[in-house]
Design a protein around this ligand. Structure first.
Ligand code: NAD
Length: 374
């Protein structure tokens, strides 16, 4: 079996889907690994590093793909690049199935079996294969660092001979994987941290990180972990109560990190321009949901914009700002996935029903995933 990894071509993408560590392990399973020359450059990995662990370095994409049975990517490769890949081959990556529908259709038309890593079920045995978690964790961390850097004041309280500097107030909206790491990072930097979510189960988690929960109490939120632990769209009544709660709280915040997502839908709007106008000039908002439509009114993908003296950060691919660690974890997610299903006799992975059905988007020339058909 030939496993190929290409250089990522999306603007701003710095990650790579295989690392020397995972190439060595894939070769150990009995696979041949082909890596397109330069694939690791932006993540600090040289061709020679891959070669040293047994990869074949290919001068271009088509050479890398020769004979490939599995193509690994961070994002889904352009279908035009895959023209020479045999029908039935797997394309395994973060395929953005809702955002990149035409691409998924092209994979189907080419007879490829597209497997979307972000559809991995949130079950215990698949935790080590979960790209959403590994990347969100890094994004939550980096968002706080970027916000701290753009903020014209310090995070911790400092008592100096020249007087006292007060602690920054940071508010995290959406306490999933990214939000939890954002809380922890802001706390480590010395900010006073508060956080909110629609899922009541996050209240305990916020408290355990030493932050203050800010919750709508008048209207019921989502009890427990909900379906697969994900949020759903809230009632208009809840949204109104949330907007009121946020309005009074946000005016006192210096740093706001928003991470709220709803799978398969546009991100919920959590902060309006009117609310931004009540914040102190010099404050910073980081909208981690910008690529899904944004939690913050006025956030712009891949830009830092200023509204009412408040900086709004809209980097759409925050994990790409930590290319080495993000690649290392993403590549391990891919390896853990392939190795968990490795069939020694066939010398290739064979999926089981539960995970296959969840992540398989295309097969036999058609779109087969219920989440895309339903
Ligand atoms: P996500 O990226 O889908 O969303 C981020 C957060 O935004 C979520 O906590 C969500 O509840 C929240 N949110 C949505 N709408 C909101 C609104 N209107 N206002 C405020 N907050 C809002 O979430 P995630 O980081 O992928 O985590 C989702 C869940 O999955 C969590 O319960 C997490 O613990 C769980 N999880 C489980 C596993 C596993 O068991 N394998 C792995 C990772 C995550």
């Amino acid at each position: 079996l030939v496993i190929a990894a290409l250089r990522e071509r999306a603007p701003g993408e710095t990650r790579v889907a295989v690392t020397p560590e995972t190439v060595r392990k894939l070769v150990g399973l009995g696979a041949a690994v082909a890596v397109e020359s330069g694939a690791g450059t932006t993540a600090g990995i040289a061709d020679a590093d891959y070669q040293a662990v047994g990869a074949r370095i290919a001068p271009d994409a088509s050479a890398a793909l020769a004979g490939a049975g599995i193509v690994l990517g961070i994002q889904g490769p352009d279908p035009a690049l895959l023209a020479g890949v045999a029908p039935g081959a797997w394309v395994v990556a973060g395929l953005d199935p809702f955002g990149q529908r035409p691409r998924v259709e092209a994979y189907a038309a080419a007879g490829l079996e597209a497997l979307a890593m972000e559809f991995m079920p949130r079950i215990t045995r698949a935790q080590s294969m979960d790209i959403l978690s590994s990347q969100a964790n890094l994004a939550g961390y980096k968002a706080v660092l970027v916000a701290a850097n753009l903020y014209g004041r310090a995070f911790p309280m400092m008592m100096t001979a020249a007087g006292t500097v007060s602690a920054a107030k940071a508010f995290v909206m959406g306490v999933g994987v990214a939000g939890l790491q954002a809380i922890a990072t802001a706390r480590r930097l010395g900010a006073q941290v508060s956080a909110t979510d629609v899922r009541s189960a996050t209240k305990e988690q916020i408290l355990s990180l030493g932050a203050k929960p800010i919750f709508v109490e008048s209207v019921a939120g989502i009890e427990g972990e909900g379906s697969g632990g994900y949020a759903t769209e809230m009632s208009p009544e809840y949204q109104k109560a949330q907007a009121e709660l946020v309005s009074s709280h946000i005016a006192k915040q210096d740093i706001v990190i928003t991470t709220a997502l709803i799978p398969g839908r546009a991100a919920p709007r959590l902060i309006t321009d009117t609310q931004i106008a009540t914040m102190r000039p010099g404050s910073v908002i980081y909208d981690l949901a910008v690529a899904q439509g944004g939690n913050v009114e006025g956030s712009v993908a891949d830009q830092v914009v200023e509204r009412h003296g408040v900086k709004i950060v809209g980097y759409s691919n925050t994990p790409a700002h930590l290319p080495a660690d993000a690649s290392a974890l993403f590549a391990r997610n891919l390896f853990n996935f392939l190795s968990a299903f490795w069939d020694k006799e066939q010398g290739r992975p064979v999926l089981d029903e539960e995970i296959g059905t969840a992540i398989r988007l295309t097969q036999g020339g058609k779109i087969v995933n219920q989440r895309l058909l339903g």
